[in-house]
Design a protein around this ligand. Structure first.
Ligand code: ATP
Ligand code: MG
Length: 419
């Protein structure tokens, strides 16, 4: 894509009430636009990142047999009354229309998915089933000061699994732990993300959160480096440590962000809707459930928080909006022609390239934008690089680039971008 055609521009100013690093860098880079506290629109560069995250997550969910759906955001009040959450959930948005009818704006989808499944599963032969979606959620969050880490409208992947035995549930739950680890690894924050034991509420002993370490995190966890697991401060006591076989002295306290979680729901939501099945003997039982969430905006914001420097974002290759940022400097005809040629060759080879072909923009500005936008590679065509018979190539993480010939550049970028 040509940067001269990109309708967004980088900005120096950010909204005065924005205090988080992820919002600052993403707004300055034109990835997102702030509408109000906790509400953001995704612009072309931001949407490219989001879509890559979605592809990685979708692959993971499909891999465990998940079936993708898209459920409604408007949710019947009766369903929420049935589970008791119309009154109990503090952050539920209740909207009413001109006739006075009230509905919930979906903060989560147990109240929708269970009644749907009731129409389709009734026999022990129907299990297991896993259903997921990628969809906007609405929550009246009290504090929405962390950019896209905590939105009042935000995008979530939510999966719900249905089982006719605890063993079947546990087998699936075990697979989800592995899938989640793979997802965070692929997105580029695996080295900072720990599976964390947290309280499971009234129904099961523990739930598992996936917590990414960063000083701006709202959560506190205790990390066991050797076993690559952690315990949330909320469940941290001697009894828990004993159950998990963890030694207090070996644990390190860290601040962290919860990027995802998985829950054993048992019959918490199947019971109120009487979602049940008949077994081989014709006996009726309530269905067992699990749920599995990942906040996509929160994940993207977390990447920005943990992988950036004082100049801007450093996107991991798997989710970068473009693989390479090609810059042309100066107005020389020879330079412009060479840059055009490189751009066309990269495009033709299918390498995702953002071409800074803007005229009358200084070299300094172009370099600063490349650092802010954070593509994994930067290639610069200038009078100087041409004098040295080549193009300057630099990784975003490197201080200095090196001159390579045009054919070396193409070969290298094509190979690397398809790894
Ligand atoms: P938190 O404790 O941070 O409020 P939660 O326990 O309410 O999270 P869930 O309801 O389990 O979160 O949602 C699943 C996932 O959705 C979370 O792990 C998180 O990644 C993401 N998420 C939750 N709330 C928000 C929000 N307000 N903005 C962005 N992402 C969110
Ligand atoms: Mg919450």
């Amino acid at each position: 894509m040509r940067q001269s055609k990109l309708f967004t521009k980088t900005r120096k100013e950010i909204p005065a009430d924005e205090v988080s690093k992820n919002a600052e860098l993403l707004i300055r880079g034109g990835f997102i636009h702030k509408e109000m506290a906790g509400v953001y629109s995704y612009l072309p560069l931001g949407l490219r990142v989001l879509n890559k995250i979605i592809s990685i997550i979708r692959e993971g969910m499909n891999g465990v047999g998940g079936q993708e759906v898209l459920m409604s955001s408007f949710q019947p009040k009766e369903n929420w009354e049935k589970t008791g959450r119309w009154e109990a959930m503090d952050d539920l948005y209740k909207v009413s229309d001109s006739s006075g009818r009230e509905v919930a704006l979906g903060p989560t989808h147990e109240e929708i998915v269970v009644p749907i499944l009731k129409n389709y599963i009734s026999s022990y032969k129907d299990f297991p089933v896993a259903i997921y979606q990628i969809q906007n959620k609405f929550r009246m969050e009290l504090r929405a000061k962390s950019g896209i880490l905590r939105g009042r409208e935000f995008i979530m992947k939510d999966m719900y699994s249905f089982h006719n035995s605890q063993e079947d549930f546990e087998e699936f739950y075990g697979k989800m732990k592995d899938v989640y680890k793979t997802i965070f690894q692929r997105v580029g924050i695996g080295h900072l993300t720990y599976m964390t034991f947290a309280s499971g509420g009234t129904f099961s002993k523990y739930s598992h959160e996936f917590q990414t370490i960063t000083s701006v995190g709202e959560d506190t966890i205790y990390v066991d480096e050797t076993n690559a697991i952690a315990v949330n401060k909320e469940v941290f006591n001697d009894e828990v440590l004993g159950q998990l076989n963890l030694i207090k002295e070996k644990l390190v306290e860290q601040k962290s962000i919860e990027v995802g979680n998985i829950f054993d729901l048992k019959t918490k939501y199947s019971a109120p809707f009487d979602l049940s099945y008949t077994d081989e003997k014709g006996e009726k039982h309530p269905v067992l459930m699990g749920c599995y969430g990942i906040g996509l905006g929160r994940l993207m914001g977390t990447v920005v928080e943990v992988l950036s420097d004082d100049k801007g974002i450093i996107w991991p290759e798997a989710i970068a909006p473009f693989f390479v940022h090609l810059l042309v400097l100066g107005e020389d005809k020879e330079v412009l022609e060479e840059a055009e040629k490189v751009y066309e060759s990269l495009e033709k080879a299918g390498v995702e390239v953002l071409f800074d072909d803007r005229r009358e923009v200084s070299a300094g500005e172009k370099f600063a934008d490349a650092d802010l936008l954070g593509m994994p590679y930067r290639a610069v065509v200038s009078a100087r690089s041409i004098k040295e018979n080549g193009i300057e190539l630099k990784k975003r993480t490197e201080e200095k680039g090196k001159i390579v010939t045009e054919s070396e550049l193409l070969k290298m970028l094509i190979r690397e971008s398809f790894l």
